[in-house]
Design a protein around this ligand. Structure first.
Ligand SMILES: Cc1ncc(COP(=O)(O)O)c(C=O)c1O
Length: 445
């Protein structure tokens, strides 16, 4: 069935969804956040249907995963073809064709005109762990530096550099024992109470004058790990000169720059990778999420001279299976064929512009920011920018009841990351639902 718009036939979660949720909750790990009560049954394009027959417009792409829209026919065809041919030989001991073919395609679209190597894995966290291990192995330096409010995943290596909130870290110390943190340029809430651009990125002085001089001597730092746009932290877009400056600091000090493009990659920002939007060429890049259209996949791509570890230093049984690699190849082909980078840039600009209009009518929206279809809004209670956490959660809830899937981020932000194939009409439908919810929330009903 082709979906054309959201349709709520029974208040979600409906009876079938409730029954599944109850069974799920008695068996699955309580560590899962489950911010919404969606029980998905099928999906197509920009729509998801739940077990009760409710149809939702997906403004989150399953957290920036289904960028091509759900179940893209080209990816399905590629996967089916591969399933009929070869599902698995382990890639520790043997070779497969799709891994090589995908590497060749990937190197053409990743930043940097230098020789590269890739390590395939199964998730964003694994890609980050790979990058961290590789940087340590290559430099033989001890320290790693991350950013406050950064999100990099949940494996013990990745979570060591995740600082979006206490629950991710509580109970797990000691983690990676030599990770240190510096402030991200979150200009809407500057830690130093400065204003951009007159601040000249004052926050970066903390890295150069304090961290690298007094805490972690620069010549003992293996890597700096950073998201080009903070994702789970609140869709925070740094000023355009931040990453080029950071890259220069790293190069001057022989520190490897690891860019976490897990969420921002594969067209999300209007470029294939956010690095290209900011004009940088990281030494190591971690990708996942949209890589294989929702099949479990991750990768760390590095300058060839950086990925120079020895056999046995890092491997994984299921890594880069042929079915996943065929899906990943199809993803890159579809992005090119359907001109999704251009669409992401254009529709993203439209979405952001419309949200700025909405902000004028609803002071609850304190900030609107984004690049391409990676757009965030931050909700505030008053002119002192008190985070409107309750109102944010209410908005997510109300939108869900009206058939719009939205995801939260940061303390009181919402991420808008619809599939890159979304049309203006579909954006307008989503926006009118958001406005409806804002009306209800601000009128206190
Ligand atoms: C920027 C970023 N890095 C890493 C991760 C971890 O990826 P995964 O959940 O696949 O382990 C995420 C997941 O949301 C992410 O957004």
């Amino acid at each position: 069935m082709a979906y054309t718009q959201p349709r709520i036939v029974v208040d979600p979660p409906g009876p079938k969804a409730q029954a599944w949720i109850q069974r799920d909750e008695s068996m699955l790990s309580p560590s899962l956040t489950r911010s919404s009560q969606l029980v998905g049954l099928r999906a197509e394009g920009v729509f998801v249907e739940d077990v009760d027959g409710n149809i939702f417009l997906d403004f989150g792409s399953g957290i920036a995963v289904t960028g091509l829209g759900h179940r893209h026919p080209d990816v399905i065809a590629a996967v089916k073809k591969q399933l009929d041919q070869l599902i698995f030989v382990n890639s520790l001991d043997y070779f497969t064709v799709p891994q090589v073919e995908y590497a060749e395609m990937l190197f053409k679209v990743t930043p940097g005109n230098f020789r590269k190597r890739v390590f395939y894995c199964n998730s964003g966290s694994e890609a980050i762990d790979t990058a961290i291990k590789m940087a340590k192995w290559h430099t033989r330096r001890a320290y790693g530096i991350g950013y406050i409010n950064g999100f990099h995943g949940r494996t013990i290596g990745a979570v060591s550099f995740t600082t979006t909130g206490a629950p991710a870290r509580r109970g797990f110390a000691p983690m990676y024992p030599i990770g240190h943190f510096v402030p991200y340029p979150y200009c809407y809430r500057c830690l130093f109470n400065r204003e951009y651009p007159s601040c000249d990125l004052y926050c970066m002085n903390y890295l150069t004058d304090i961290m690298l001089k007094k805490i972690t001597p620069a010549d003992e730092v293996a890597f700096i790990l950073v998201e080009p746009i903070q994702g789970a932290g609140g869709y925070i877009v740094p000023p355009k000169e931040f990453l080029p400056r950071l890259q220069q600091i790293c190069r001057d000090q022989g520190i490897l720059l690891i860019l976490d493009e897990v969420q921002s990659g594969f067209g999300r920002t209007g470029k294939m990778f956010a690095s290209q939007a900011f004009g940088i060429e990281p030494d190591i890049m971690a990708v996942s999420k949209a890589l294989a259209h929702g099949l479990p996949a991750g990768a760390a791509i590095a300058r060839a001279e950086v990925m120079n570890w020895e056999p046995g230093a890092h491997e994984g049984t299921l890594n880069g299976g042929p079915v996943i690699m065929e899906a990943a190849k199809a993803v890159l082909q579809v992005i090119a064929k359907e001109k999704l980078l251009k669409k992401s840039a254009e529709q993203g600009a439209y979405l952001k512009d419309q949200l700025l209009q909405l902000q004028k009518r609803y002071p609850l929206i304190g900030d609107v920011r984004g690049l391409g279809l990676m757009v965030g809004i931050e909700l505030i209670k008053d002119s002192r920018k008190t985070p409107a956490l309750k109102e944010r959660n209410k908005l997510l809830d109300e939108a869900f009841k009206r058939g719009l899937l939205l995801l939260g981020a940061g303390e009181s932000s919402i991420r808008l990351a619809p599939p890159l194939i979304i049309t203006r009409e579909q954006i307008d439908i989503g926006l009118s639902i958001i406005e409806d919810c804002l009306k209800r929330i601000t009128s206190g009903r």
